[in-house]
Design a binder for this molecule. Structure first.
Ligand SMILES: *Cc1c(COP(=O)(O)O)cnc(C)c1O
Length: 402
């Protein structure tokens, strides 16, 4: 795995004046992820003002005379979003001042804004066949608008085979919930050769795990509901991109549909990002230990974690990811066994979603959307002490045995 030695943080200046993550830095002139996370998006210090200004609650802003920006109406812009957008941009693309980030009310708002702002009737788009469970609904809507939708699995870079003539390639890596990984550089290069734009759903990796723009993508899109904010208490989405024209269209879409985050959610998200590196380090380290322990269990099959050296995703993941995420997936022999296991857990809540400080797990098949076995479990590893969590998981496996 690459570490922060690959960072190019020194002197990050995105979207104007602020004392961003990268001021200072270590002896090599680089800023580590922890430093970057705690300082991300902060404004220049102002005497008697808080370090992170509180949420600005405003439907409209005083605006005498000709209506000029930045702040006119609360559906277009908000100062609390501006700081959060800078913070996310610094994490997704450190050291670059040519990227723009837009925050949304949810991950789906961000995803839909890219797809529906970029695609027209007659265009073709390539989606993953094994991606987030709402993508089939998006597909139906795109098709209703006359967009041709092609799908292929994430693993084996299979999307390469259906790229010809496409306007946009949508990648989800690692995929949710199957945890397959594709080669973003290879796919992006092939898509760009054919004139297609490339978007990567970066939800599962988080910007500390993977930087899609550095790998050649035009958009990094994610649900901030998951590890980015990490407490399971807000919904948020974002799009980071470097193509100014494409981002203008995404911004216009946000204005049209009004899929905007509330100032309180935006502020909570920014506050949460300060601990992103701490959470990610703990959660990902424990996820690897959990995967190693589950590998020894005879009742566990289909175990997937991209950080395991013998995982089918590991080779590509180790080349393009900086950290491997907090999600582990595996299959128990039957639906009944999986349900008993989930019931027996004490430190792991039976709940959907992932990335939070409290571990969660669910039998994914209960939703009916993903093509997974009945006993398939998606486990999101939280920030508990790893010994406690491992003991709980192993005890629940024992107690749920036939
Ligand atoms: C959760 C999730 C989304 C959707 O995000 P919301 O914030 O729930 O709208 C999109 N993509 C992936 C990979 C997700 O896990």
């Amino acid at each position: 795995m690459n570490d922060s030695a690959t960072d190019t943080g020194g002197g990050t200046r995105q979207q104007g004046q602020h004392s961003g993550a990268a001021d200072g830095g270590n002896a090599a002139g680089r800023t580590g992820d922890g430093t970057r996370a705690v300082r991300a998006g902060l404004p220049e210090p102002v005497k008697h003002e808080p370090t992170l200004p509180g949420p600005v609650f405003a439907a409209h802003f005083h605006l005498p005379g000709d209506p000029t920006g930045p702040y006119t109406y609360g559906r277009d812009e908000n100062p609390t979003w501006t700081l959060l957008e800078r913070a996310i941009g610094e994490l997704e693309a450190p050291g670059r001042d040519d990227v723009e980030t837009l925050v949304f009310a949810s991950g789906m708002a961000a995803i839909s804004s890219v797809l529906f702002s970029q695609l027209r009737a007659g265009d073709a788009v390539v989606l993953p066949s094994d991606g987030y469970q709402v993508l089939p609904l998006v597909r139906a809507q795109l098709e209703a608008y006359g967009v041709e939708v092609r799908t292929a699995p994430t693993g084996g870079d299979a999307q390469l085979d259906v790229l010809d003539g496409a306007k946009l390639l949508w990648i989800e890596t690692p995929s949710n919930p199957g945890l397959d990984v594709c080669d973003v550089r290879r796919l992006a290069e092939a898509a760009h050769t054919r004139g297609a734009l490339v978007a990567v759903d970066n939800t599962l990796a988080s910007p500390l795990g993977q930087r899609p723009l550095e790998l050649g993508a035009d958009f990094s899109v994610a649900s901030g509901t998951k590890q980015l904010t990490g407490h399971g208490d807000i919904l948020l989405g974002y799009v980071t991109g470097h193509d100014a024209e494409a981002m203008t269209a995404v911004r216009r879409w946000r204005k049209i549909v009004g899929a905007i985050p509330g100032p309180m959610e935006a502020w909570l998200a920014h506050r949460s990002i300060a601990t992103l590196e701490l959470r990610v380090e703990r959660q990902n380290a424990t996820a690897l230990k959990v995967a190693e322990a589950l590998r020894e269990r005879p009742e566990v099959s289909g175990l997937r974690y991209p950080g395991l050296p013998d995982d089918p995703s590991h080779k590509i993941a180790s080349q393009q990811m900086r950290r491997y995420g907090c999600v582990v997936s595996f299959t128990l022999p039957t639906r009944a066994r999986a349900d008993r296991f989930l019931d027996a857990l004490r430190l792991v809540d039976d709940a959907t979603s992932f990335g939070g400080v409290r571990s969660t797990a669910e039998r994914r098949g209960r939703w009916g959307g993903d093509s997974v076995p009945e006993g398939f479990i998606r486990l999101s590893v939280g920030a508990e002490d790893s010994e406690d969590l491992l003991a709980d998981l192993l005890r629940a496996l024992d107690e749920s045995a036939d």
